[in-house]
Design a protein around this ligand. Structure first.
Ligand SMILES: CC(C)(COP(=O)(O)OP(=O)(O)OC[C@H]1O[C@@H](n2cnc3c(N)ncnc32)[C@H](O)[C@@H]1OP(=O)(O)O)[C@@H](O)C(=O)NCCC(=O)NCCS
Length: 163
């Protein structure tokens, strides 16, 4: 039976990567694009687990790189659904880097992404409502609702370039 309501616990997705020399720039730190790709895939799996559907990335919002990840570090990503609309889901991804010698985790990046669930005809399809289980989740949900409002208002603005 398809669930109409799901908690974020049911789709939390964790992923660990090792920064290899092939991921690095001339400074020996991971390329932003590599980290973005890890963020996107971890969030996509989370959205697909929540919706039990194929999902596409509609937007990546407020992506911040806070500290570099060095070659040899492990990079851990944790993705969690924080908001659901009718067919869309907002996912928060937290990224931490860890040096294998001292093992102190450093916050490396975080991001908010919106995914849309897609049916066989590639049309947006309804997703289970997010079941909020704590006050922290309720606050996060309210903040995400505001974030989504400003995202959609921005999308509605006519885009023009007047040099
Ligand atoms: C994302 C996409 C499916 C939305 O299609 P659409 O025709 O605009 O569909 P709708 O207007 O019905 O919007 C569907 C949902 O997406 C949300 N949405 C659309 N564009 C969005 C954006 N830029 N940011 C956040 N949410 C967005 C809408 O608010 C709506 O949410 P809701 O159902 O929860 O209220 C379509 O724009 C698309 O296919 N984009 C390309 C996706 C892609 O190729 N991604 C990269 C590879 S995965």
């Amino acid at each position: 039976m398809i669930k109409t309501e799901k908690s974020s616990r049911e789709s939390v997705t964790e992923n660990v990567n090792l920064v290899l020399p092939s991921h690095a720039n001339a400074l020996g730190t991971a390329f932003g694009g590599t980290i973005i790709s890890w963020i996107d895939i971890t969030a996509a799996i989370c959205a697909q687990r929540h919706s039990s559907s194929i999902c596409v990335t509609a937007s990546i919002d407020a992506l911040n790189f806070l500290s570099p990840a060095l070659v040899g570090d492990t990079v851990s990503l944790k993705a969690k659904v924080i908001y659901t609309g009718r067919t869309s889901m907002m996912i928060h991804v937290d990224v931490t880097a860890q040096n294998l010698k001292d093992r102190t985790p450093r916050k490396c990046a975080d991001a908010y992404l919106t995914f849309v669930a897609i049916d066989e005809q590639r049309r947006p399809k309804a997703v289970p409502t997010l079941k909020l289980e704590s006050d922290a989740e309720r606050i996060e949900y309210e903040l995400a609702a505001k974030r989504r409002e400003s995202l959609l208002a921005q999308k509605a603005q006519p885009q023009s370039y007047n040099p």
